[in-house]
Design a protein around this ligand. Structure first.
Ligand SMILES: *Cc1c(COP(=O)(O)O)cnc(C)c1O
Length: 238
């Protein structure tokens, strides 16, 4: 019941943010971040029509995904270690946290072995936070063509995380910078990068106003996570 209300409320907030930004609500996908929450909660949301889910740890995803309906689509949103690239290629339709040539090369190798194409988002650390993963903008621009050369990887866009702040307005310049960086990347590659994965429970409306096409919402949807550390700590731990 609570999940149904939360989902409805978030859909309304997404629609309202789209209204303020003069955007079509269909241009924003909701990724339900189910990390630390059981398969039963996923199944409840699935029965309400939610299709897209995000996980940040391979071990957890491996255990949970087989317990969920087969038509759901899963994104890997956490930091991916190279030794988990093989599982990630099997489990996920998109991998958000690609932030080095080394990781891209591992994904390429595993995708080749599985005869698969892997959709990726490049994680950018536009705020320059030392505690966060992701490409610094200058390094991304210099390595972009090498990233794009991996035959089995399809770059669909950028992903970023704003620094935590109680006031979501603080995140606005970060999202704006990420969008501008995506435009620079499009110019370099000469192809559109349609996906901007920006915005979490605390700041997804601002992210939508700044052009996000994919909001990653956990807490506002599922409630507080059973404690296993914050997003950064949990994203690295596996
Ligand atoms: C956990 C996590 C989220 C969801 O965070 P909430 O604040 O619970 O909505 C989004 N993105 C990433 C990368 C995460 O690790």
């Amino acid at each position: 019941m609570e999940l149904a209300e939360n989902l409805e409320r978030i859909r309304q907030r997404i629609a309202a943010a789209c209204g303020r930004a003069d955007r079509d609500p269909a241009s924003v996908d909701l990724l339900a971040v189910s990390k630390n929450h059981p398969a039963e909660s996923v199944n409840t949301l699935a029965s309400l029509g939610q299709r897209l889910f995000g996980e940040s740890r391979i071990q957890e995803a491996k255990a949970k995904i087989p317990l969920c309906p087969g038509h759901l689509r899963w994104h890997m949103i956490g930091h991916l270690q190279s030794n988990k690239a093989r599982d990630a290629v099997q489990l996920f339709e998109m991998i958000h946290g690609v932030d080095s040539l080394l990781l891209a090369a591992d994904l390429q190798k595993r995708a080749e072995a599985a005869s698969k194409t892997v959709r990726i988002l490049i994680e950018t650390n536009v705020a320059g936070e030392s505690t966060k993963f992701g490409y610094a903008p200058a390094r991304l621009l210099s390595e972009l063509e090498q990233l794009n050369a991996f035959k089995r990887l399809e770059i669909h866009g950028l992903m970023c995380m704003a620094p935590y702040a109680p006031n979501p307005e603080t995140a606005r310049p970060v999202f704006r910078r990420c969008r501008a960086l995506a435009t620079e990347c499009e110019a370099i590659l000469g192809v559109p990068l349609p996906v901007l994965s920006m915005g979490m429970s605390g700041d997804f409306e601002v992210a939508i106003e700044e052009g996000s096409t994919l909001v990653r919402v956990g807490t506002a949807l599922f409630g507080e996570r059973p404690r296993r550390g914050g997003p950064e700590e949990s994203a690295g731990a596996d």
